[in-house]
Design a protein around this ligand. Structure first.
Ligand code: SF4
Length: 450
């Protein structure tokens, strides 16, 4: 299925006064019959094989901050601005430009090996690497699929925590899906990562090092040919391509980042933004990536969405909505008890207004849980109520999992869901789901290793 092209212009959109939450359509309290007249069951979200931690009121427990007792990883040059690195080199009694040279090795040549840093005096290489480039991510497993065009990495951090990233080559982009937290405090009942709550926030350098390590793998020629996704939207495609990387032969390093791995990035706001600054800063400050190629995805931490909009960086923003009605979303996405679906959609619209960047709505289609035709209609209504041309919906097909309540919608239900959104003028494209054969859902690989 291809995306409908109904992008009303930004001007047109701005001309329409957005209607706010209170004005949107009232939601039905139970699933009505579908267009075919058949009653559809309503499956309620429920953790399978584990128990969701509950708070004092019996609601799924939410954890917005890490424990104060958590130890942070050693400081790395990617945690610091270039000025801070230069100041540190001077404190060590070395010329400031040594910090610049070291930064070029890391951000441009992806190396931390003193032997390869022949432009640095042999006597100080070891000292510099020890002070600026501590080992942050140790490879545990590397799984390849899609004929070698997808590689899933499992990393062990300095304290034994496990995190994942997934590298995907497409025709015009190389996308890396990265983690931002060890564990997650958002407690979604379908998610392996959230089962044990939040262990700790990843440091900015731990976030960035996933990219540097992936670039090293690409430079070594280990990421193979592209796989066409047909008419499905590719991971990272909602973001514009990083133009300087889009050579006819395809990019030679990671061009697109999606914060869709382990963790809720906006719950680790400060370090995630510091990592983003390292991504977009030009060498030797950082990796020199395009902000437009970076997608930050959230389950809906409304104040943090507003803060992100105020950064005025042209980052792509994605809201993992998964249900347009609070009755279901309260159970499916526990943070909905704090910020309701309409508040999250309002914040997403404000992001568009402030940045001019079209927002993505992520919607995992789960059989008989959130895939009812009336939910497609309600979603379209809520999005259109705020304006046209500001949003794109990406339904995400789940793996078929026989016997589980968390299983894929049928093809016909999926097609009807998409058709209904498109018929109401909402651009909608089924998302590609790379890495399915290797436990593609976030956190599954780390959970298996535990
Ligand atoms: S789905 Fe995302 S936000 Fe929810 S628990 Fe998993 S990692 Fe956290």
């Amino acid at each position: 299925m291809s995306a409908t092209s109904d992008p009303a212009s930004a001007a047109d959109s701005a001309a329409r006064a957005p209607r706010r939450a209170a004005e949107t359509a009232a939601q039905p309290s139970s699933a009505p019959s579908s267009a075919t007249g058949q009653q559809r069951p309503q499956i309620r979200p429920q953790a399978e094989g584990w128990n969701q931690a509950l708070d004092a009121e019996g609601r799924p427990k939410l954890q917005f901050a890490q424990s104060r007792r958590v130890t942070q990883p050693p400081q790395h040059l990617a945690d610091m601005t270039l000025e801070e690195r230069i100041a540190k080199a001077k404190e060590m009694g070395l010329p400031g430009f040594r910090a610049k040279q070291l930064s070029v090795h890391y951000f441009q040549h992806y190396t931390t090996d003193p032997e390869q840093m022949t432009d640095l005096p042999a006597a100080t290489r070891g000292e510099l690497v020890g002070a600026f480039l501590p080992t942050l991510l140790t490879p545990v497993r590397q799984l390849r699929t899609d004929d070698g065009a997808t590689i899933k990495f499992l990393w062990r951090l300095f304290d034994g925590a496990l995190v994942e990233s997934v590298l995907m080559r497409y025709r015009n982009r190389i996308t890396l899906c990265i983690s931002s937290q060890c564990g997650c405090g958002m407690n979604c009942p379908f998610c392996a990562t959230g089962q044990n709550g939040l262990t700790r926030n990843m440091s900015a350098a731990e976030i960035v090092d996933q990219i540097v390590q992936a670039n090293r793998v690409i430079a070594a020629g280990q990421l193979d040919a592209d796989v066409s996704t047909g008419d499905r939207v590719e991971l990272g495609e909602e973001a514009d391509d990083a133009a300087e990387d889009t050579a006819p032969s395809g990019p030679q390093r990671v061009s697109n980042i999606v914060f869709m791995g382990m963790g809720e990035p906006l719950a680790n706001y400060k370090r995630v933004m510091s990592a983003v600054r390292r991504m977009v800063g030009v060498v030797p400050e950082g990796l020199g990536m395009s902000a437009r190629g970076i997608t930050i995805s959230t389950v809906g931490l409304v104040p943090a969405i507003r803060k992100l909009a105020a950064e005025e960086l042209p980052i792509t923003f994605a809201l993992s909505l998964h249900a347009p009605d609070d009755e279901l979303r309260d159970e499916l996405i526990p943070v909905n008890s704090r910020w309701k679906a309409d508040e999250a959609i309002d914040a997403a619209y404000e992001y568009y207004e402030r940045t001019g960047r079209r927002v993505s709505i992520e919607y995992a289609l789960i059989k008989d849980m959130n895939d009812h035709p009336w939910r497609a209609d309600l979603l379209a209504e809520k999005l259109n109520a705020r304006g046209r041309g500001w949003v794109h919906v990406n339904p995400i097909p789940l793996n078929p999992t026989p016997g589980s309540i968390w299983t894929a919608s049928t093809r016909s239900v999926t097609a009807e869901f998409i058709d209904r959104l498109q018929a109401k003028g909402v651009p909608t494209t089924l998302r590609d789901t790379r890495g399915k054969e290797i436990d593609g859902a976030c956190g599954q690989l780390a959970a298996a290793e535990d």
